[in-house]
Design a protein around this ligand. Structure first.
Ligand code: NAP
Ligand code: G4F
Length: 326
């Protein structure tokens, strides 16, 4: 019997990192996670996995820490999920976002080139790169037009991964993932902000919710489905880039409709306030992905639909808030 595979995940403490770690453990991988030093631990999402994974100190800003982590883990595969991932913050911290979300990628690739150029590399590219979209739906060949420092940084990461593939033969894949959510989504992203507020309204802990633009549309899927696609990309014969999306788009208003219905409220107008603080200097109005290449080559398709996702998030936040306020 062959040796079990091993993987290094950057961003293991994040939403996707925690689901991917679960998937790889299920597949009998030895899983390592790169974690940055913080004054209080950010292990909440991987608490249940701590005895099954190995954490290694490192930061995407620090080249030596990356090289040391790759040497220590000696992985077959690296999944680069770490990033400053919140679009709104990228206007307040554009240089940090460029350092981590953009240059962090080349630091990982340089690490691979230095330590072992046979390691397979997954880069977390983003539908934010399509920004002011040039065609609907967006696919692998759609031109990029990023609308935020975050989007620009992701475009750099995307092209540098392609370049290391073409220049040095590194097995690097870009997964161009459209928005994906879950009960583990960060609380500042719109879906979780809404599901948590609705849970609190339902329990009488909060009266209303303040949001920004309600008209933008996103192709929202379930994070648990999307990490499967990441793994599948690295199991193929040839490294390629793939769009991962559901092929459906919904506005923030649609999300509010379904989420409020879960607590039996049909007309939510009195519960939602619009607040300019949550508007952005530039907006991505509409994202809708065409994942037919992934369906054909990887056999990938989403299992959780939009309503199931919204209900799952609201139900979970009701449960969590009940526990917190017991
Ligand atoms: P997330 O929950 O925000 O997680 C980000 C992770 O990056 C966290 O583990 C964070 O660690 C880590 N990190 C941040 N700065 C770092 C640094 N300087 N060095 C090392 N680690 C650092 O993001 P996510 O939703 O799981 O997304 C995963 C990746 O996919 C990101 O690259 C994101 O940009 C990309 N993406 C996400 C979506 C989506 O809809 N979720 C769509 C397309 C692409 P701490 O816990 O210490 O903060
Ligand atoms: O939930 P969001 O903050 O996600 P956004 O900007 O689409 O970015 C997410 O998806 C990307 C993939 O396309 C990832 F690459 C990125 O890392 C991240 O995971 O905002 C979604 C929409 C925006 O149009 C925003 O303007 O919701 C709108 N919105 C309206 N009110 C709000 C709010 N967004 C947030 N976060 N908070 C609000 O109060």
């Amino acid at each position: 019997m062959g040796k079990n595979k091993s993987a290094l995940i950057t961003g293991i403490t994040g939403q996707d990192g925690s689901y991917l770690a679960e998937l790889l453990i299920e597949k009998k991988y030895k899983v390592y996670g790169l974690v940055r030093r913080t004054s209080t631990e950010s292990n909440e999402r991987i608490q249940h996995l701590l005895n099954k994974i190995e954490l290694i100190d490192g930061d995407l800003i620090d080249q030596n820490s990356i090289i040391n982590a790759i040497k220590q883990a000696d992985p077959d595969e690296i999944y680069n999920l770490a990033a400053q991932s919140f679009v709104k913050t990228s206007w307040q911290q554009p240089i940090l976002t460029g350092e981590v979300t953009g240059l962090g990628v080349i630091r990982m690739l340089e690490g691979i080139k230095t330590v072992n150029d046979k390691i397979r590399f997954y880069q977390a590219s983003s539908s934010e790169m399509f920004g002011k979209v040039h065609e609907i739906p967006q696919k692998e060949t759609t031109p990029f037009h990023p609308r935020s420092p975050y989007g620009v940084a992701k475009v750099y990461g995307h092209y540098i991964t392609q370049n290391y593939r073409e220049s040095y033969g590194i097995f690097g894949c870009n997964g161009i993932l459209f928005n994906h959510e879950s009960p583990r989504r960060g609380i500042e992203f719109v879906t979780r902000k809404i599901s948590n507020a609705i849970a609190r309204i339902h329990l009488g802990l909060q009266k209303e919710i303040s949001l920004g633009n309600l008209d933008s549309k996103r192709d929202w899927g379930f994070a648990g489905d999307y990490v499967r696609a990441m793994w599948l990309m690295l199991q193929q014969e040839k490294p390629e880039d793939y769009v991962i999306a559901t092929g459906e788009t919904h506005s923030i208003r649609d999300f509010l409709d379904i989420a409020f219905k879960r607590i039996d409220i049909e007309d939510w107008s009195n519960y939602v306030k619009q607040d300019p603080r949550f508007m952005r200097p530039a907006e991505v109005d509409l994202l809708l992905g065409d994942a037919s290449k992934a369906r054909k080559n990887l056999g990938w398709k989403p299992e959780v639909n939009f309503k199931q996702l919204v209900d799952m998030m609201v139900d979970n936040d009701i449960k969590m808030n009940k526990l917190l306020n017991k």
